[in-house]
Design a protein around this ligand. Structure first.
Ligand code: TYD
Length: 220
């Protein structure tokens, strides 16, 4: 049976994930892999509708559990509408943020409840490989502000430096706990150097999981 390969990109604000996702998608397609690029929160019609509610801060007054449930509802829709079908068709799925962002950012919700919601919303879909972009949050927020220009910071970017530092450590802790799935990428380096590290990590992992051969949409 054909089975795709699911790669997620995680890390703090302004770490350069989207640039690297674009470059990797180009490289994979060049090697005749069938690629789907997506992001969270969002990626499906239902999840995109929820994205705006969350990132505008409209759900914030209703508390952290409400927000966590909204993220999870968006993820569930995204998985069932887009990710699982793409993987079934043998695609390499590249997703900008996924469950690790949820574990790290929604950290003021009861951990037992978080585990339950995670199990139900993922419904058996976990990344094969997760690249954690590690960057000093001060630098990350600077980059995010430069990229945004005059637009207002979103609900999460607005938080304090201390919170962003805590998140950086939480991502690194996940990498320590799940070394088979996670690779830490030093996002402070020049984009070309980061690209090399990403390419190396991805192409090292792909064959190991059974996608060694070139993989065209037509089923080559
Ligand atoms: P976005 O601008 O899409 O992300 P990025 O910072 O990667 O450019 O904003 C998504 C924000 O939502 C980001 O601050 C992380 C946060 N987030 C959560 O809090 N929980 C989640 O489960 C996900 C997927 C994202």
């Amino acid at each position: 049976m054909k089975r795709g390969f699911f790669i997620t990109f995680e890390g703090g604000e302004g770490a350069g994930k989207s640039t690297q996702i674009d470059r990797l998608a180009y490289k994979l397609r060049d090697n005749r892999y069938a690629v789907t690029v997506t992001r969270e929160p969002g990626g499906s019609a239902g999840a995109e509708a929820i994205r705006h509610v969350i990132l505008s801060g409209a759900a914030e007054p209703f508390g952290p559990t409400m927000e966590a449930l909204l993220f999870a509802a968006a993820r569930s829709d995204h998985i069932e509408q887009l990710i699982r079908p793409a993987l079934k068709r043998g695609k390499v799925v590249l997703c900008d943020r996924f469950v690790d962002s949820w574990r790290v950012y929604q950290d003021d919700v009861d951990p037992a409840l978080m585990l339950e919601i995670e199990r139900v919303s993922l419904n058996g879909v976990m990344p094969d490989l997760t690249l954690i972009f590690d960057l000093d949050p001060e630098e990350g927020l600077r980059r995010a502000a430069a990229r945004r220009g005059k637009d207002a910071a979103d609900r999460f970017e607005r938080e304090t430096l201390a919170i962003h530092r805590r998140r950086r450590k939480a991502f690194l802790d996940i990498a320590l706990k799940e070394p088979r799935r996670c690779v830490v990428i030093d996002a402070s380096l020049a984009p070309e150097v980061v690209e090399e590290a990403v390419t190396h990590a991805v192409f090292a992992a792909l064959p190991e999981r059974g996608l060694a051969g070139r993989h065209a949409e037509q089923g080559a």
